[in-house]
Every structure is written in C-alpha cells, then in structure tokens.
Unconditional design. Structure first.
Ligand code: SAO
Length: 342
C-alpha cells in the first residue's frame, strides 16, 4: 500500500469518525425551530442569540456548523439564512422533524451508544435504571410524545398505501394493535364510511390518542382501549392492523403478541402486518444497520418475509400474500403482509 493511498484512506476514515456532533447539530436545529426563526429572511448571530437567550459565541459556531451541513447559508459569517434543506428538515410535511427528535434524544441516542453490548449479548440494551425503551418512555413523556409524533408522521403515509392496496370490502371493524395516536386508523376510516376502528395501545399513549382523535372528522368512529399486548387480548374485529410493532420485539415476544391477537380474533378475520422487510439471503443490506439498531434499543429487528410467515403461522394465522407498496416519504417501501385467522 503506497503512503498516498494510506493517507487517502485515513482521510476517508476521518470524515466518518470526526463527526459524532452532526446528529446533535441537526437535533438542536430542530429544537431551536430555526426554520421558523428564519422564515422572514436572514438574521444575525446577535439577533438570534438575543431571541433564544443563547451564548452568542457558541451560537455563532453552531450556525456555521449548520452551514457546513447545508441547512443554512451565509455570505459574511454573521447573517444566516435558511436553505431548502433546512426548511425541509423542519417542515411537518417532510416527516423528518419528529424522527430527528426521536432518534437523537437520550432514550434512543444513549442506547445506540451501547450497540456493542447488543452485539456481544444478542440482547436489548437496558439503561442504568434497568429499563428498556418503552419503560423509559413511561416516565419521560416529552420523549414519548416525540416518538408518538414520529410514528404519526410515518403512519399517514402507510395509511394511504393500505387504503389503496388492501380491500376493505366486508370489513366493519378494525383494531390497530399498538396503533399509537390513531393516525393510521383515522386515515383509513376517512376513506371508509360506516367502518369503526379501535386503537389498542399502552394506557399512557391511549390518553394522548383520545385527545388527538377528538379533533379528527372520524372522532365518532374511532375509539381507544388501553392495555398491554403481552397481557391483554385486543378487542374482536374483522381486520387487525399491526404496523411497526413486531420490528420492536424478538421472536418470543412477537409470538406472544400474535397469540394474544389470535385469542380474540373471530374465525375469518384478517391481520395485516405492515413493516419494512429485509431481502432473504446473506448479502449485506441497508436494512442491517437498522435491524441492529432496533435490536439494541427495543430488542426487535427487520425481518424477512419468510421470518414473518413463520411467526404468523406459528401463532395460528394463515399467511396469504405480501403486497409491497412504495412509500411517498421514504426510499423504503411498505410491505403489507396479509394473513387470515382460519
Ligand atoms: N406492551 C405493549 N402493549 C401495547 N402497545 C405497546 C406495548 N409496548 C409498546 N407498545 C406500543 O407499540 C407501538 C410501537 S411504535 C408503532 C406505532 C404505530 N403502529 C405506527 O406504526 O405508527 C407504540 O405505540 C407503543 O406505545
């Protein structure tokens, strides 16, 4: 290896390893609502520092860092304006703002810092209090709300995919298990008059869901039941949805969730699992790091179709088909893994 080549490689590495701050700069950018503050045009460091009550010199450094990330632009290093990327990062339509707050705040961020432990043990990281992510969220309502809002951003998009690709003919009741605030279900109910829906989720989430749902046009057809899918049977329905829930859990826990759904599911009812899916085979995939991240923070993973079919059939459901539909938000498609309760 020539020296030139070696130093080229070091440079390449250094571009990766000197950047642990960047996610936190992005997170602070959202936290400080920079897009709103700069909506009417460029502003100086002193002006922004006064408004934020921030330390001026540090804020200047922060703003210049955001320029390097292409979130801001500046001609003189003192007046800063928002870029298209910066505006997009903060816009509710792009669906990234809440995902930033979910991923880069302590619940997930601190656990991600212990990823090596999961690689060694194969187990979820528990924090110093011995808690997994959802236990932690129980007494961290602010972070729990960001998580719920991030899920809500992803749910609207998936709702459109389901409405288009899953026939709701013959369905009069839908239960969304782990349905969070009810965004997915409300989207579906909007396009399905006469259908009623119930969200089944943890009691704390259900409380916020009721508040959120009261403002929707389908409030009278959308109800909430609080409980745990490890201990309670979700209410009976013609159609069960299970979106981005199994990805949070290992096989044993997933089997338990499916078993509780199965116990209450009438014969002939349907279950649609909505997830990202890893291709079969040993080739490295972009899903691998996501899968490891999920395993670290919640104990779950990204599964293959064959693994989903194994879980579903193990719990007594009959797998029918998988429909893959593009997401309007992300470069990863949604998979609707459809099964029936015989
Ligand atoms: N034990 C549990 N019982 C019921 N719901 C739970 C439990 N543990 C976690 N959850 C919920 O599972 C959901 C996973 S996040 C997915 C939310 C939603 N299905 C969506 O895709 O938008 C969260 O809303 C959690 O509150």
């Amino acid at each position: 290896m020539s020296l030139d080549h070696a130093s080229e490689q070091v440079q390449r590495l250094s571009r990766i390893v000197f950047r642990p701050w960047e996610p936190q700069i992005i997170c602070a950018f959202v936290r400080f609502e920079m897009a709103d503050r700069l909506a009417k045009g460029g502003r100086t460091v002193a002006d922004l520092a006064g408004e934020l009550g921030a330390h001026q010199d540090s804020l200047g450094r922060f703003l210049r860092s955001a320029v390097v990330l292409e979130l801001l632009e500046t001609a003189d290093g003192d007046t800063f304006a928002i870029t298209e990327l910066g505006r997009l990062l903060c816009s509710p339509e792009a669906g990234m703002r809440n995902i930033v707050m979910m991923n880069f705040t302590p619940g997930i961020w601190n656990r991600a810092g212990r990823l090596h432990e999961t690689v060694m043990t194969g187990k979820t990281v528990l924090d110093d209090a011995g808690e997994d992510l959802y236990d932690y969220y129980r007494h961290n309502p602010v972070e729990r709300a960001w998580h719920a809002a991030a899920m809500a951003d992803l749910a609207g998009d998936a709702g459109a995919a389901i409405a288009e690709h899953h026939d709701l003919g013959g369905v009069s009741t839908i239960v969304d298990v782990g349905g969070s605030l009810g965004v997915l279900l409300s989207r579906l109910l909007e396009g399905a008059p006469g259908v009623t829906g119930t969200v089944f989720d943890l009691p704390g989430i259900v409380e916020s869901g009721r508040e959120w749902a009261a403002k929707t046009p389908v409030a009278d057809r959308l109800s909430f039941v609080g409980g745990s899918f490890f201990e309670d049977t979700p209410p009976a329905a013609d159609l069960y949805l299970l979106k981005q829930v199994l990805c949070d859990w290992g096989d044993e826990d997933s089997a338990r969730i499916l078993d509780f759904i199965h116990r209450g599911a009438p014969s002939g009812s349907r279950l649609v699992v909505i997830e990202w899916m890893r291709p079969d085979g040993p080739e490295p995939s972009e899903y691998d790091s996501m899968s490891l991240g999920l395993q670290t923070v919640t104990g779950g993973r990204v599964r293959t179709e064959r693994e989903f079919v194994g879980l579903l059939e193990g719990a007594g459901f009959k797998f029918e088909s998988t429909v893959t539909v593009p997401s309007t938000l992300l470069p990863r498609p949604w998979n609707l893994i459809q099964a029936i309760r015989p």
